[in-house]
Design a protein around this ligand. Structure first.
Ligand SMILES: Nc1ncnc2c1ncn2[C@@H]1O[C@H](COP(=O)(O)OP(=O)(O)OP(=O)(O)O)[C@@H](O)[C@H]1O
Ligand SMILES: Nc1ncnc2c1ncn2[C@@H]1O[C@H](COP(=O)(O)OP(=O)(O)OP(=O)(O)O)[C@@H](O)[C@H]1O
Lengths: 216, 216
């Protein structure tokens, strides 16, 4: 069974560690702070206090048993050093949390390809969500398209999906409708939109914005 | 035009502030640290150094012009105090970043309903992503269903969506297929799965897990 390492037990790192265990995978959780290691040790398979910039200490802690290691350290310098050390130790998959685009560029320069920007991505998601009264949630699912949870406006109520014809008019697909608290995935063309319904829409950001303007 | 306030210019707060401006909304960005306010002032409409636990200082900075204020402070105590102060100043929409579930519970107790957990949500997303070799991305879009970007396995290649019949067998909907770098939203039933294709699947977490087990 695959084993995972998580270095850095801040909010992000400890969430990764705990959820991997929840999915049934053994995790080696590491931090230089004993209090954080103590806090997590009942929730993970292995928890060690380690100065992760030290390759020998990492090896002694068993990092080489991990197929994948997540570097969840906030301090940019330590984050980059630890990533380098893991590469030199031959760790196959290294996933690194970056705090800024420039931090990400430095990581890419040293050969790290799996980079995550949790706060930045969530910041953009929250901004998209609060900017529009009708957009309840906004998720970027790939470079090409976004998924939007859209509160039905007056102009939409009473019309069927067929009548709205969002695909032809905007290139947007309604992948689900939430009606009366129940989510209907892949709704039928005859589905009529009711007041308080939520539409889950998939499309390009520009098409979604255009639709949202014209629907309000 | 709606105006937004962002208090706390860490990675999350500054991402919210910058993206709102990018969407065309004026932002009042606040932090007690002058260096962070200086760093952002060219990217936002208003940037002020303010001790946000002080209601008079906040009012003097113009917080009452904001329809919505995002509290992006990490320190739990300050975060809760600032949220309280904003309520007392009569701010209509308050969105607060919480660092843990218990922090979230305290916020709910004082009447804050819009709470975000950026690091925790992203931690879970990354954990889901790395736990499975075939799952390239995993997004929770609502309490009921998740969206998964799934790398086609050998067993799927050469079959059409109609033959796979994922909806009948697992209650999963294929909302898009990425083929040769191109994303096809709402693919036809005759769409044949090729090697290297990625399927975007929507369904309940348990159904997705069941499908993933049987597809590999
Ligand atoms: N060299 C190191 N070896 C081991 N652990 C380290 C090292 N440097 C930093 N850490 C740990 O990484 C953890 C996360 O770092 P930090 O809290 O700075 O990041 P953060 O971005 O604020 O975290 P989050 O947003 O996930 O809460 C800290 O608990 C810290 O002790
Ligand atoms: N009372 C306050 N008034 C104004 N700003 C404050 C106050 N308390 C904290 N801040 C600011 O909030 C910002 C974010 O807080 P902090 O860096 O602790 O959070 P964080 O969770 O690590 O942030 P992120 O993960 O978004 O980078 C800091 O820049 C800090 O100066």
């Amino acid at each position: 069974k695959k084993q995972f390492g998580v270095i850095g037990l801040g909010k992000f790192g400890s969430a990764v560690a705990r959820h991997l265990e929840k999915l049934g995978y053994p995790v080696l959780a590491i931090d230089k702070e004993m209090s954080l290691v103590d806090e997590i040790k009942n929730d993970v398979s292995f928890a060690e206090v380690v100065e992760a910039t030290d390759p020998e200490a990492l090896a002694a802690a068993g990092i080489k048993n991990c197929d994948t290691v997540v570097v969840a350290i906030g301090d940019v310098q330590s984050n980059i050093l630890v990533s380098l050390v893991l590469q030199e130790l031959g760790i196959k998959n290294i996933i690194v949390k970056a705090g800024s685009k420039i931090h990400g560029r430095v990581l890419r320069k040293i050969g790290i390809t799996d980079i995550v920007f949790p706060e930045e991505d969530m910041g953009i998601r929250v901004a998209n969500k609060i900017a529009s009264t009708n957009i309840l949630d906004y998720i970027s699912i790939s470079k090409e398209f976004d998924l939007v949870e859209f509160q039905a406006t007056k102009n939409l109520v009473g019309k069927t999906l067929k009548e709205l014809s969002l695909r032809n008019r905007y290139g947007i697909t309604v992948i689900a409708i939430k009606h009366d608290g129940e989510v209907i995935v892949s709704p039928q063309a005859e589905q009529k939109i009711e007041e308080m319904d939520t539409l889950f829409l998939v499309g390009k950001a520009t098409d979604i914005q255009k639709f949202e303007k014209e629907a309000t």
